[in-house]
Ligand binder design. Structure first.
Ligand SMILES: Nc1nc2c(ncn2[C@@H]2O[C@H](COP(=O)(O)OP(=O)(O)OP(=O)(O)O)[C@@H](O)[C@H]2O)c(=O)[nH]1
Ligand SMILES: [Mg+2]
Ligand SMILES: [Zn+2]
Length: 348
């Protein structure tokens, strides 16, 4: 957490409570995006609206750090939450805490506006929260070391849209490519631009793209996610020179280790909060079935009108316009293949 004035911090706490209030109203109206905080004990009364909500800046076993009224408070997490902590509490959560005799305890987790989650690798029926109340999720990919993996982008996009945040793709390390290579790599991502997802070419070495990223996150809460080694922590350091996060060094032994080991929220001032997350190798999809998969491929909608069956899954039906366009080369084959692969993996 960077230093800033107490007054600023009080303003931010107020700002967050107002945001939370808006989220609650949205939830009452049946708005989508957030989840219902599984594992939270205790009722969140309307009095909670007026109490100052703290923001969870990091979570460790049985404890979490909460930013409240300008202080960074180490809190005990009640056992009902601690036992399912990765599914119940996330960085970015708005929480109410109780302080007594120098000990702070987490009392309630307020309803979430948005969430980014994936299935828990150890308990598939549970979600593992990555971040909560984020406006923007920046999926950082790199063009080299590690190479670009468009399929992973598709998975992240679905999870981000499902959780209610705005997706952004940041293509880092473009300094490692010459102009021709760069044109080829960026072209692979044009399909995302066509879907309205901002694609930012970036380099922490040359400084390219950093202003565009600063602009996107200004006044928002944003999480940087993606494979280990793509440069998430480096980007945070580059957009805020005061931050000095540990980043991987090229010559370190072994390749499997992650440099960032836990998600942390950083206050960049001006109402901007950025969350650094550890690299994730595999990104499964939480709570998705075949029927709703199509909703995350909006480019199927228009051709679907020409498919023989209105409820065409575009996988095995005859006279499928989507398949015809893929064969004709007028529809992005990589996206279609991701769709088919996910469709086959998912349950009906
Ligand atoms: N060439 C080049 N290297 C970069 C760039 N940005 C980061 N790197 C290097 O990439 C390596 C990994 O960077 P990190 O910032 O630690 O990556 P990370 O995504 O935070 O990784 P995890 O914390 O393990 O998830 C480091 O050696 C950085 O110096 C860039 O724009 N260009
Ligand atoms: Mg990192
Ligand atoms: Zn079809």
């Amino acid at each position: 957490m960077n230093r800033q004035t107490k007054r600023n911090e009080r303003d931010i706490a107020k700002h967050e409570t107002q945001k939370e209030r808006r989220a609650r109203k949205k939830q009452r109206r049946g708005g989508s995006g957030g989840d219902d905080n599984p594992g939270v004990t205790g009722e969140v009364s309307s009095a909670a609206d007026d109490a100052a909500a703290g923001i969870v800046i990091s979570v460790a076993s049985g404890r979490c750090r909460v930013f409240l009224d300008g202080a960074d408070i180490d809190c005990l997490v009640p056992s009902a939450i601690a036992t399912v902590q990765k599914s119940a509490l996330a960085v970015g959560d708005r929480v109410l805490i109780e302080q007594e005799a120098g000990v702070a305890r987490l009392n309630a987790i307020l309803p979430r506006r948005t969430v980014l989650a994936r299935p828990d690798p150890l308990h598939k029926h549970r979600q593992r929260l990555i971040a909560a109340n984020i406006d923007v999720v920046i999926h950082v990919v790199s063009v080299k070391a590690p190479p670009l993996r468009p399929r992973l982008i598709d998975r992240y996009l679905i999870a981000i849209m499902r959780g209610g945040a705005q997706p952004v793709v940041c293509v880092n390390k473009v300094d490692l490519l010459d102009d021709d290579q760069r044109a080829i790599e960026i072209e692979k991502l044009s399909v995302y631009r066509d879907l309205g997802v901002p694609v930012i070419a970036c380099s922490t070495h040359s400084g390219e793209g950093l202003d565009a990223l600063r602009e996107i996150v200004l006044g928002k809460t944003a999480a940087l996610v993606g494979h280990s080694g793509v440069g998430k922590s480096s980007i945070l350091n580059a957009i805020n020179a005061r931050l000095q996060l540990a980043t991987n060094t090229l010559h370190r032994r072994g390749t499997g280790r992650h440099t960032t080991s836990a998600s942390t929220l950083y206050d960049f001032g001006d109402g901007t909060y950025l969350i650094d997350t550890p690299g994730i190798r595999e990104f499964g999809l939480w709570d998705l079935d075949r029927g709703s998969l199509r909703d995350y491929f909006p480019e199927f909608e228009e051709p679907n009108e020409s498919c023989r069956f209105t409820d065409c899954t575009h996988v095995h039906e005859p006279d499928c316009e989507v398949k015809d366009r893929v064969e004709a080369g007028t529809f992005n084959r990589a996206r279609y293949e991701t769709y088919v692969r996910l469709y086959e993996d998912l349950e009906t």
